[in-house]
Design a protein around this ligand. Structure first.
Ligand code: NAD
Ligand code: MG
Length: 304
């Protein structure tokens, strides 16, 4: 075997995942929650200049929660370039990020509707789905991706309010939005939830968050069984460490952020652009036998 493997060869389309993208250490930084991707250093790569669509989702109508930044933004860009119209859910404070995404969706020649608001409210979740379906003329893709993650060293540091906030965002909102969405979803539609490596291997400093991610993976498998007869597929994606606003707004301590992703086999965090294709694959019609699955993208470890 060669002692030194060659790097990415410019004469082919091969790309070495080791040398792609930024490696830790990262510059010290923190933002007040929910943060903006546009203020991160380095700026995350959501595929703005790299994602090439292949008409895999032509005419589809997608609602993506947390579509302003991070993984949700990368999915929004990819879905639009694959031919889908997109409704974006996010918080009002994230309007600058959301407008960047909306412009990219329009550039792709697709329709976009921006629906800011707090998904911790059941009434808002119902309105969100209704307005998305009305604006897009239906709904056949739902990406439950919005999430809340706050690092706490001890269970004693997690207040009931904080616990409730995490569960409302990650579990209740997914439940409410899904309930509203399936009422208008035709056979062939798909739901993709965002789980985590924490679904299976909880981080000691993310107790409440990890519990919600276990619930999301479990919900995905149960709902897939229930909706199979309606022709609606339900899957989840389980990311490892990804360079997103979630991590610089309390998701990690400053110290952990500096070395973020260093402990993965690839030795770096993923960039959102590196996971969007998984959502596309799960959404596309040719994955018609794929339901009830949790697909990992975590730099070399993760799913059981
Ligand atoms: P992100 O901060 O860019 O995205 C999360 C989004 O959630 C925010 O942009 C915001 O719009 C939305 N959100 C949060 N609370 C909300 C509320 N109350 N109402 C409406 N919207 C709300 O970070 P991200 O890392 O891209 O997170 C996306 C998903 O990926 C989350 O579910 C997260 O748990 C999951 N995930 C992330 C990582 C990672 O390392 N970044 C790893 C595993 C799983
Ligand atoms: Mg955001």
């Amino acid at each position: 075997m060669q002692q030194h493997l060659p790097g990415s060869d410019p004469s082919t389309s091969l790309k070495d995942p080791v040398s792609l993208h930024t490696r830790p250490p990262f510059p010290m930084q923190a933002q007040p929650w929910p943060g903006l991707a546009s203020k991160m250093e380095p700026r995350p790569d959501h595929g703005e200049t790299s994602y090439v669509g292949r008409a895999r989702l032509t005419g589809r109508k997608a609602l993506i929660t947390g579509g302003d930044s991070g993984i949700g933004r990368a999915v929004a860009i990819a879905f639009a370039r694959e031919g889908a119209d997109v409704a974006l859910s996010y918080l009002e404070a994230e309007e600058p990020d959301a407008q960047e995404v909306a412009a990219l969706i329009r550039d792709a020649g697709r329709r976009v509707i921006c629906l800011p608001g707090d998904i911790r409210d059941e009434g808002f979740c119902q309105m969100l789905v209704g307005r998305a379906a009305q604006a897009l003329g239906g709904l056949d893709l739902l990406v439950n991706n919005a999430g809340r993650q706050q690092s706490a060293e001890s269970i004693l540091d997690i207040s009931t309010d904080a616990f409730d906030w995490t569960f409302k965002t990650n579990v209740y909102a997914m439940f409410w939005i899904t309930k509203a969405a399936i009422a208008c979803m035709p056979p062939g539609a798909g739901i993709i939830n965002t789980a985590s490596v924490n679904s299976y291997d909880p981080s000691a400093h993310l107790l409440d968050y990890a519990m919600t991610k276990a619930a999301i993976a479990n919900f995905t498998k149960g709902l897939a069984k229930q909706l199979a007869k309606h022709g609606i597929r339900v899957n989840a994606v389980a990311p490892g460490p990804f360079w997103t606003a979630l991590q610089v707004t309390g998701g990690q301590t400053r110290e952990r952020l500096r070395e973020f992703g260093a402990d993965t086999p690839l030795g770096r965090p993923g960039q959102p652009a590196e996971i969007a294709a998984v959502y596309v694959a799960l959404a596309a019609n040719d994955a018609s036998y794929v339901t009830g699955q949790v697909y990992g993208a975590s730099g070399g470890e993760g799913n059981p």
